[in-house]
Design a protein around this ligand. Structure first.
Ligand code: NAP
Length: 296
């Protein structure tokens, strides 16, 4: 694909948004940061990639206290220091920190590393042993204190979501972030419809199948490559546009290289047809039964 001007990417992104329960919007493509900040020799390129992403309008930046034990958050902090208002900033708390004073301390440390005084969204990274109600109440308190604008969860399957929504403040959950890509479609069976029914956007992590056994199979797939060629696009772009095809899904590919982030942003300029989606369904069929939630 030829190099696309950032203004065109931004215009496309503005037309693909997911609405949060509180009415705010997240653009359908964002930027992941797992493994960023861990290798000093890549630091400059990673910061450039994140800032290029922001120039293109990929405003969602997803990080976590777990990533490099704070190194990823520090790198993000450096990348956004003069442009906090351009970012929809998401971080995640470890399950063992998700309650009591530990939650407040973890959030404060995250804010400090990111060089900001608020997060747009704070997620429970996965379920641990601290009672869900304690976590939710703590997150609500952080919201009341102005440290986070909203909270959500990650790696929650339907049963976990039901338990969450039954809690007094559970309905304030803003998103669920789970693994989702063309080679792992289990969530389409019940979780994605459940979230859609409750107006909760889904954040799709590893949309480029990183860390998956099927990554090679996906990228080498004949149908995927045929469609990519037909649009003068790359397989990665087809994967991204496929992931966010139905609205209320936000994909957060991680790209430590400027060229990758520009390519990813431009994916939303592609208008795949019903025939393309049907062909991809044939190559990677949607689930016909419940599957355990795929995780990394
Ligand atoms: P991913 O986004 O599926 O793949 C990242 C890999 O794809 C990197 O090696 C990257 O290379 C490469 N890439 C990016 N754009 C590309 C392009 N246009 N063409 C070819 N290759 C490209 O994997 P991920 O990082 O595991 O997942 C994305 C984000 O989701 C994470 O970074 C993290 O923020 C989040 N996540 C959340 C959880 C959770 O439990 N909640 C778990 C895993 C991930 P370069 O870096 O060299 O550009």
């Amino acid at each position: 694909m030829n190099r696309i001007p950032h203004t065109l990417i931004l215009a496309a992104l503005k037309q693909h948004v997911a609405e949060l329960p509180d009415g705010r919007e997240m653009r359908a493509l964002g930027q992941g940061t797992w493994r960023m900040g861990e290798d000093e020799s890549k630091r400059e390129a990673e910061i450039e990639a994140l800032r290029t992403g922001l120039d293109c309008g990929l405003h969602v930046i997803d990080t976590a206290e777990m990533y490099g034990e704070g190194k990823s958050e520090s790198l993000v902090g450096e990348a956004i220091q003069d442009r906090r208002e351009d970012v929809f900033l998401v971080s995640k708390v470890y399950p063992h920190n998700a309650g009591g004073d530990e939650l407040v301390q973890a959030c404060d440390a995250t804010l400090e590393r990111l060089g900001t005084d608020y997060l747009d969204l704070y997620l429970l990274h996965w379920r641990g042993n601290i009672p869900l109600e304690e976590t939710v109440d703590g997150l609500e308190q952080l919201k009341a204190d102005g440290k986070i604008r909203a909270w959500g969860v990650s790696n929650f399957d339907v049963d976990d979501m039901k338990e969450l929504l039954a809690l007094p403040n559970g309905k304030h959950c803003a998103v669920n972030q789970v693994l989702y890509h063309l080679g792992s479609r289990g969530v389409e069976y019940d979780l994605l419809p459940f979230l859609q029914e409750h107006g909760i956007p889904m954040m799709a992590y590893a949309p480029l199948a990183e860390g998956s056994d099927v990554k090679e199979k996906v990228f080498n797939d004949e149908t995927l490559n045929r469609i990519a060629e037909a649009y003068n696009a790359t397989p990665a772009q087809i994967l991204l546009t496929w992931t966010v095809r139905n609205g209320n899904v936000i994909a957060i590919p991680k790209a430590g290289q400027k060229a990758h982030v520009e390519e990813n942003g431009a994916a939303l300029l592609l208008n795949l047809t019903e025939d393309d989606f049907n062909a991809l369904d044939e190559a990677f069929p949607p689930p016909s039964e419940k599957k355990p939630l795929d995780v990394i």
